[in-house]
Ligand binder design. Structure first.
Ligand code: SPD
Length: 278
């Protein structure tokens, strides 16, 4: 144990998140990034990529449940699911809770993220052993561009922050590929960052999605270790989305049908970001 070991994320040049750690469980450089897992005293194990929090044991359920279940319950027949990013397995775990799902493809850029999470975050990465899951290690943008038309019912974009290779996961070409790869009743959900730090990105993504999808919404959840704590997701349907989600009985800790309804109620400053995209 290293005394007084602090992990810090520089969220902006003027804002940091600090968590005291008892141990660095792993720290290594892959071809793409530095991958690290810390044992924090407050929030359990923390996975960081290039010194940015990807997930912690304490709040991962909020993010993964809220990324997966709104899209899966908005889709009438979610049989074939693509998860882009999310090599930790948390999003795949939530997808696998739905018995209607027959196949889940995980397209993760960095195979070493999967290896590290299998070792240190088994409550998330254990889902990758579900027989319905197929792992595809490689660029998610290229994977989607090469996907057959209408080959997925649900696409979930579990992107890291929009820096470096992940920028493409927030880009116009990626959303065009996603619309093409979704079946007629298909639904996409994507994490779209913090309204406090990335308002312009939210406006741009919402506008871009509206170019390809007839029904686009924004919703939010509270994730304490992400910058600003208030986090947004974008939902887009290839057809107008039903007023009520499909009923689903899921063993969840944050998501429920009622929470989902509430998550789409936007405070005026969030509604303004949606409208600002034009
Ligand atoms: N700033 C944190 C953004 C991270 C979003 N993706 C996290 C991946 C967890 N599966």
């Amino acid at each position: 144990m290293t005394p007084n070991l602090w992990w810090t994320e520089e969220q902006t040049p003027a804002l940091r998140l600090g968590l005291r750690c008892s141990e660095i469980l792993e720290r290594r450089r892959s071809a793409y990034q530095e991958i690290a897992v810390y044992q924090t005293e407050q929030y359990g194990r923390l996975l960081a990529l290039d010194d940015l929090v990807m997930t912690t044991e304490a709040d991962e359920f909020v993010y993964h449940e809220m990324l997966a279940h709104p899209a899966l319950t908005a889709c009438a027949h979610p049989r074939r699911v693509l998860v882009v990013g999310g090599g930790d397995g948390g999003c795949v775990r939530e997808v696998c809770r739905h018995p209607e799902v027959e196949a889940v493809v995980l397209a993760e850029l960095d195979g070493e993220v999967i290896d590290v999470c299998r070792r240190h975050l088994p409550a998330l990465a254990g889902a990758l052993d579900d027989p319905r899951v197929q792992l595809r290690v490689g660029d998610g943008v290229a994977h989607l561009a090469a996907a057959a038309p209408e080959s997925f019912d649900v696409i979930l974009v579990d992107a890291p922050d929009p820096l470096g290779p992940a920028e493409g996961l927030f880009g116009a070409a990626f959303y065009a590929s996603a619309a093409r790869a979704l079946a007629p009743g298909g639904v996409l959900a994507a994490q779209t960052e913090s309204p406090f730090l990335h308002g312009a990105l939210i406006s741009r993504v919402q506008a871009e999605l509206r170019r390809h999808f007839p029904d686009v919404r924004l919703y939010w959840a509270v994730i304490p270790t992400y910058p600003g704590a208030m986090w947004t997701f974008s939902l887009a349907g290839r057809a107008p989305l039903a007023a009520a989600p499909r009923a689903a009985r899921l063993a969840t800790r944050y998501w429920s049908a009622e929470v989902q309804r509430a998550a789409f109620a936007l405070p005026p400053f969030l509604a303004a970001l949606v409208e600002a995209g034009g």
